[in-house]
Design a protein around this ligand. Structure first.
Ligand SMILES: NC(=O)c1ccc[n+]([C@@H]2O[C@H](COP(=O)([O-])OP(=O)(O)OC[C@H]3O[C@@H](n4cnc5c(N)ncnc54)[C@H](OP(=O)(O)O)[C@@H]3O)[C@@H](O)[C@H]2O)c1
Length: 236
């Protein structure tokens, strides 16, 4: 934190903070609202905090706030090895999920099964997740479209679906509590960073490197040529 406004009370100049203002991610300095910011615990690195500020925060928020997920409930998480999905899975596990189902690509499936063999993972290229026999209490959907529509049949009567995509017409008219959300909160990010500090949530970093034009080009090329598992982080 380089400077604060006169009405800011929760932060001080010199604090290590994280925030996700969505735009200007490549700016060296930018202004954020107090409600968007979170203190980074001493044992969490800037690279870890940058890696979780948007996608992980959203998956964490989906489970803790939007779904109000409770111990003993079951959950299906689409895109389970992605940022939103992996955070949702980890938080659901920590809360005490009775069963976790996930969809992922084949490399994501391998990663998730190494993380926790108890997670039932469907490879979305070759397996049909609608074949699962149980219905679930909660669904996290960062994919949308057909995936979202097909998921509705897997919800229990009182189940909830939350998506980072638009709700399909079928989801909007379904007799379930389903909704899309987009807002980020500094408090949720602070809770997530606390869990990372305590070791109950791990951050999957693919690689980090110094911010310069060469590395910027390299990281964008990695994305264009195939989706990497874990975050790519550029450091000032
Ligand atoms: N606050 C918000 O509203 C908010 C915040 C963050 C993200 N988002 C949105 O949420 C979505 C996910 O973000 P993210 O950061 O988690 O992305 P991500 O890290 O790229 O993860 C997406 C994951 O979904 C997998 N996937 C792709 N197609 C799939 C399918 N048909 N079925 C199951 N899994 C599939 C991908 O696997 P492979 O790449 O291995 O195939 C990848 O692991 C994005 O659309 C993003 O814009 C919204």
């Amino acid at each position: 934190m380089l400077a604060i406004g006169s009405e800011v009370t929760n932060f001080a100049v010199g604090d290590r903070i994280a925030a996700s203002p969505h735009l200007r991610s490549y700016a060296e300095r930018l202004t954020v609202l107090e409600k968007q910011a979170a203190i980074i615990p001493d044992n969490v690195t800037f690279v870890q905090a940058a890696a979780v500020a948007l996608g992980y925060q959203t998956g964490y928020q989906a489970v803790t706030e939007e779904l109000d997920f409770q111990k003993g409930q079951s959950i299906l998480v689409h895109g389970g090895s992605g940022s939103v999905g992996f955070a949702a899975i980890q938080k659901a596990k920590e809360i005490g999920a009775s069963q976790i189902y996930a969809t992922a690509s084949s490399k994501g499936k391998t990663f998730l099964q190494q993380y926790d063999p108890a997670i039932h993972v469907f490879d979305y290229h070759s397996e049909d997740f609608t074949q699962m026999t149980d219905k679930v209490d909660a669904i996290v959907d960062p994919i949308g479209g057909q995936t979202q529509e097909k998921s509705l049949q897997l919800l229990k009567a009182q189940g909830k679906l939350v998506t980072t995509k638009d709700l399909t017409a079928k989801a909007e008219s379904a007799p379930f509590d389903s909704r899309a959300f987009y807002l980020n909160s500094g408090q949720t990010l602070a809770d997530l960073l606390t869990d990372i500090s305590a070791g109950s949530i791990i951050v999957k970093i693919n690689q980090s490197d110094k911010f310069n034009l060469e590395n910027l080009k390299k990281f964008h090329t990695i994305f264009q040529e195939g989706h990497p598992l874990g975050k790519l982080v550029l450091e000032f």
